[in-house]
Write a protein that binds this ligand. Structure first.
Ligand code: GMT
Length: 378
């Protein structure tokens, strides 16, 4: 198949999933064309089946807001024609699904049929998409996609709850490449951060409000009274400066470190003992799956799709959003030497359920079914 993939070229979950999916599809022989406004960070290796097309957004003094959607639709049209794409797979509804709809109509007017599959990732539905400024366009572009997938059952149901959507939504969860995400020998790194054998607690995110990073600090402050431990915060985003200031007020610089954006997150996870994800909303929790793959148990909220990943009392614990006291108590329980080994083993076993080799065929099968059912359609 020849597949066009549209996504945000960022460290965010939807961009990572889209890029890893495209790479995996290319490795099994599909031709994959990425259409994005800059090179996705994980598009970092050569494969004869991989292509990258940058969306060009020419500036013009009239444009206070450059019309990215139009430029994106035009690039989809160019690539679909030039490469002979069989389908377009867009990740994150806003604005990719509506741009794809427009591209599809333009192509149809030229006698070319290219079906569109939209993958819903999370905040495109649960947060941003619900806003009146976007909701009618999100509903429309979901209904007029030829296929729609969501990364969890929760996200599927939330889409039906909040949007006027009639289409069937296929649930295909996030996945993990266990060849890359596995515990590595990085003991020197652990020793540098935890010189007195403290436990290492990690949080990675895009530092947005929805991640409740204040709760990460609150949990850690309570935990370190019980268990000698250190906290590593990985990633960057709008909340970073405020959280760094709060961390300075609450903790000593030896206890909490900010590492910024990291490509090789698996190296940090390899030496971690516990991962915190107390999010307000989380459609799946890819970062938590990456932690599990590196044998790191989880303390998460029970929001959104997290119960579909974190198994209560097995891979970690879940609590109501904001219940930092319970989260800290459970964190201390996991970190007891007699418990930690079991939780770590369970973490890896759970990650295996989401191995890419299990999830890739679900996408391929779905592509084939959409191609089949949209044959001759418009
Ligand atoms: O808002 C974010 O956290 C980024 C967002 C994205 O789309 O880039 O992540 C979402 O998609 C990931 C991949 O499917 C999911 O694992 C995350 O749970 C989801 N984030 C939220 O729902 C908050």
């Amino acid at each position: 198949m020849k597949i066009g993939i549209v996504c945000y070229p960022t460290f965010g979950g939807s961009g990572v999933v889209a890029t890893e999916l495209g790479k995996a599809l290319a490795q099994v022989g599909h031709q994959v064309h990425f259409i994005t406004y800059s090179q996705p960070p994980r598009l970092d290796f050569f494969n004869e089946n991989l292509f990258y097309h940058e969306v060009n957004i020419p500036a013009y003094p009239l444009f206070q807001y450059p019309p990215y959607e139009s430029a994106l639709s035009s690039e989809m049209v160019h690539v679909a024609r030039y490469a002979g794409l069989d389908l377009l797979h867009v990740h994150y509804a806003i604005p990719h699904a509506s741009s794809a709809y427009l591209a599809k109509q333009i192509l149809a007017s030229q006698g070319i049929h290219v079906p569109v599959i939209t993958t819903l990732h999370g905040t495109d539905i649960t947060l941003v998409g619900k806003d009146d400024s976007y909701a009618p366009v999100v509903s429309f572009s979901i209904n007029y996609s030829d296929g729609v997938t969501a990364v969890s059952e929760f996200l599927k149901q939330d889409t039906y709850r909040h949007f006027d959507v009639a289409s069937d939504i296929e649930v295909i969860p996030n996945f993990i490449d266990l060849d890359r995400f596995k515990k590595q020998k990085k003991e020197h790194f652990k020793l540098a951060i935890c010189p007195n054998d403290e436990k290492l607690v990690v949080h990675t995110s895009n530092f947005r409000k929805v991640k409740r990073i204040d709760d990460v600090l609150e949990i850690f402050c309570r935990l370190r009274k019980e268990v000698p431990s250190k906290l590593l915060l990985v990633g960057d985003g709008p909340e970073r400066a405020r959280i760094e200031k709060k961390a300075r007020e609450l903790c000593s610089p030896e206890d909490v470190r900010f590492l910024g954006k990291l490509d090789a997150i698996e190296e940090v996870l390899s030496v971690a003992d516990l991962f915190l994800m107390p999010s307000e909303s989380e459609s799946f929790g890819l970062a938590a799956l990456e932690a599990l793959a590196c044998e790191v148990p989880l303390i998460t909220s029970n929001a959104g799709g997290l119960p579909e990943l974190n198994v209560q009392g097995v891979t970690g614990f879940m609590s109501n959003v904001g219940d930092v006291d319970e989260m800290a108590r459970n964190a201390a329980f996991i970190l007891k030497d007699e418990n930690l080994r079991k939780f770590k083993a369970n973490a890896l076993a759970r990650a295996r359920d989401f191995e890419i080799s299990k999830i890739l065929p679900l996408y391929e099968r779905y592509y084939r079914s959409v191609l089949e059912s949209s044959k001759g359609g418009s």
